[in-house]
Design a protein around this ligand. Sequence first.
Ligand SMILES: Cc1cc2nc3c(=O)[nH]c(=O)nc-3n(C[C@H](O)[C@H](O)[C@H](O)COP(=O)(O)OP(=O)(O)OC[C@H]3O[C@@H](n4cnc5c(N)ncnc54)[C@H](O)[C@@H]3O)c2cc1C
Length: 459
Amino acid sequence: MKQQGMTKGAVNIIGAGPTGALLAILLQRLGMTVTLYESRPDPRGNAGESGRSINLALADRGIHALKLAGVHDAIADTLVPMRGRMIHPLDGTQSLHLYGQRPSEVIYSVSRHVLNQALLEVAARNGVCLEFEHRLEETDFAAGSAQVRDLRRNTLLGIPMAPLLATDGAGSLTRRRMSASGLIDVTEADLEHGYKELSIPSRAGGYAMARDALHIWPRGNFMLIALPNADGSFTATLFLAKRGAASFEALDSPTAIRQFLSTNFPDAFALMPDCVREFQAHPTGFLGTVYADTWSVRGMAALVGDAAHAIVPFHGQGMNCCFEDCVEFAACVGRNATWEAVFDDFFMTRKPNTDAIADMALENYLEMRERVADPKFQLQQTLAMELERRHPTRFIPRYSMVMFHHEIPYQLARQRGLLQTRLLSDLTANAATLAQVDYARADRAISSMPPLAADTAPA
Ligand SMILES: Cc1cc2nc3c(=O)[nH]c(=O)nc-3n(C[C@H](O)[C@H](O)[C@H](O)COP(=O)(O)OP(=O)(O)OC[C@H]3O[C@@H](n4cnc5c(N)ncnc54)[C@H](O)[C@@H]3O)c2cc1C
């Protein structure tokens, strides 16, 4: 018998970041009555926070979700396309490594603030009730209720978990409460590296570097990256160990900061006149991966987005993955009759994929800070593109599967990526150029690989 999905009822969502706002829109559009509680003030009409991930890479999975929710049009004009990685070795030269081989295979730099404002505008237009300066403070899973503080009046408000969807981010209070009550088992795997945001201002009204690339200064155990903003500036992020010889801990004076940045990133340092002050003023951010053995408590409360499965940012997929969560969650609502069934379905469908992107994001850190500068790795990347040209429906570079093919689940991208990496490594073991590759062997291996979901998509 076909199950009837739920289309009515009240839902409380905690946290109006990218996940909470998009989820609110999708559920409200399904016919539910959504209230979205957010501890911060309404970001619409203010300039946004500095020093915390000002821009983000938006890719196909995120764009697909934003289009489904009717948000994409509102931000399309502000997106800055990036068609590849611009690698900056120490000697000051630059080389562009394209992300894909079709004009559409680009990723976009988007302002976190602009995106958040657009999501909230669309949420309000769809009838979502927005409660800013309302902070979740207490959860009682036995009674099925929670307490939210109205920060303007300093009063507590009881809300039912009927249900409560927690999109309160990587440091989720809800997740910590579920874990402290022994209801879920959580591992928070901190990375030994942290991050700091710096800025490269616009120059004479234009961009100080190529605007159509994500710039990377790979330096082995640390790296600097920069994404373009629509106003001509770049937001740079330094990823560095928290402790040790080259570390945030060691950079404890203006002299040490200046010396470190000017020695390791001389070209970028010349473009960052305010970097020492920014370095001291901006917080050092923490990075890590969250793994939980379940994301819900009966039919009462569920974690969605970073609250359930925060990942490190090195694949530029955290938010994209969260947006995909929202689409998947809405689909689960549409095909199940109870919240408990929705939560179970969501976890079973999504967990293998969020585990896969968590692994790939960690692997990409090594790739970005170290391997991108290695000639063998560069040959393998070029070969991957060539194999895609020869076998467009059977060989798609892993980066492309993750960034440009929302129809390929992360889990499949990871599995196929492992096979392909092995093949690329075999094919280049004795080759220094593309011309030396044994293509007959490549053809045989690729035709024996199981088909990709993208086999049905136009090449
Ligand atoms: C340095 C860095 C770079 C990144 N770059 C990218 C990128 O390029 N591309 C990409 O796709 N992803 C990127 N990410 C990941 C992305 O930022 C996250 O995946 C995304 O923000 C998660 O959205 P969320 O809504 O789940 O959580 P959050 O963005 O953390 O939002 C949670 C919201 O909940 C609110 N909240 C928290 N606690 C409470 C409470 N008790 N009561 C009420 N409200 C509460 C918070 O104020 C916040 O508004 C990056 C992350 C970092 C750290």
